[in-house]
Design a binder for this molecule. Structure first.
Ligand code: AMP
Ligand code: MG
Length: 355
């Protein structure tokens, strides 16, 4: 299949005539990758079981990993779900449209192929004007997981989508680089206590301010024990992963720098190709390996924005090992470290003084 690309940098206003074809492709069961404010999504008609199956096939995604359903208007929610809890109304009034996904009890119109066999469904109203215009143009809710090959870092540009999916999908809408760069926050409201299943740009602190109690799914903070199932089935897969073996180095600044320099030098001496993920404050401090700057510690939004493209760049460079600095795990840093931990397969070490 030839994958068509249309370029649409302008969002104010979105050129609706150029989205007509994309909307038609979605209505007849085809696949369209499009920008959202989080990452690029791979869209298909959420009500069409065969379209969802095509999404799994194109991504090579395990079919028990449910898809997030995207809507453009509040009125589109109630036909898809059994009830809209008060807390969902409160969160949606604050953070929709935006980078937050809510889990509801699904209605029969959502095929099990879309919900990964679950009786619940994940729903989000994205804020990117291209995403919203596309959903309106399709006239159906749009199931859209990240538009990457399963297991690779999520795509933050159309170029990343094409690297993974060229030839496997009908169309890519190139809307430039995304704003946030991390996948949406996921909150489950179907149990007794609202539970954070995946941290994102709508932070745990923001959610707690809005709704009070918020439990954290145990899968967020530590590697999963054998036989334990996270509530978001996707969290069990080694996600966001570069091909290289990545290690996070934690500790005080000087000691982190020393430790990474020592580990990198040793690995290079042993014939390995080494990458280093460093924050801008430490420019000039690293001496070995392929050093990539991820952004300023004072600007975590920038670090979130750069993370996946830095991981992809290391794949392209063919490094064997990556050593990365860590950042504090609060606010957006919690979401960033969640992705870094997954990319590193939860491999981290404490920096040590050498002299
Ligand atoms: P992606 O679309 O690639 O951002 O991945 C979607 C994430 O949402 C995965 O981690 C899924 O496991 C999670 N998810 C989707 N639907 C549900 C659901 N009904 N219950 C819990 N998690 C879900
Ligand atoms: Mg994904």
């Amino acid at each position: 299949m030839e994958t068509k690309v249309i370029t649409m940098e302008d969002r104010e206003p979105v050129d609706l005539t150029r989205l007509k074809e994309a909307g038609e492709i979605l209505r007849r069961g085809g696949l369209v990758a499009f920008p959202t404010e989080t990452v690029y999504g791979l869209g298909g008609n959420a009500l069409d079981k065969e379209a969802s199956q095509r999404i799994y096939a194109a991504k090579g995604r395990p079919s028990d990993n449910p898809l997030i359903v995207h809507i453009a208007e509040w009125e589109e929610l109630s036909p898809l779900v059994q009830e809209v809890p008060e807390l969902a109304k409160r969160l949606a009034s604050l953070y929709w449209p935006g980078p937050m996904t809510l889990i509801f009890k699904k209605r029969g119109c959502i095929p099990y192929a879309t919900s990964g066999g679950l009786d619940t469904v994940a729903i989000r109203m994205p804020s990117d004007p291209i995403a919203r215009a596309l959903i309106r143009s399709a006239g159906v809710p749009v199931a859209a997981p990240s538009a990457n090959t399963s297991g690779r870092p999520s795509p933050t540009s159309a170029q990343h989508v094409l690297e993974d999916l060229r030839g496997a999908i009908d169309l890519v809408i190139d809307g430039g680089e995304v704003a946030v760069g991390l996948e949406s926050t996921i909150v489950d409201l179907t149990g007794d206590v609202p539970t954070l299943l995946r941290p994102g740009a709508v932070t745990a602190e923001m959610l707690r301010r809005a709704i009070g109690t918020l439990a954290l799914d145990p899968a967020l903070t530590r590697p999963l024990a054998e036989g334990v199932h996270p509530k978001a089935p996707g969290m069990k897969y080694r996600h966001y992963a570069p091909r290289a073996e990545m290690t996070l180095v934690e500790g005080e600044r000087e000691q982190v720098i020393q430790t990474i320099n020592r580990l990198a030098a040793d690995a290079i001496a042993a014939g390995k190709k080494v990458g280093v993920i460093a924050t801008d404050e430490n420019r000039g401090a690293y001496r070995f390996g392929d050093i990539k700057w991820i952004g300023d510690r004072a600007n975590e939004a920038k670090i979130a924005h750069n993370l996946f493209s830095v991981l992809r760049a290391f794949d392209a460079d063919g490094v064997d090992l990556i050593y990365s600095e860590s950042i504090p795990e609060h606010d957006l840093g919690y979401a960033i470290m969640n992705r870094m931990n997954k990319a590193a397969g939860h491999r981290h070490i404490k920096a040590e003084k050498t002299e």
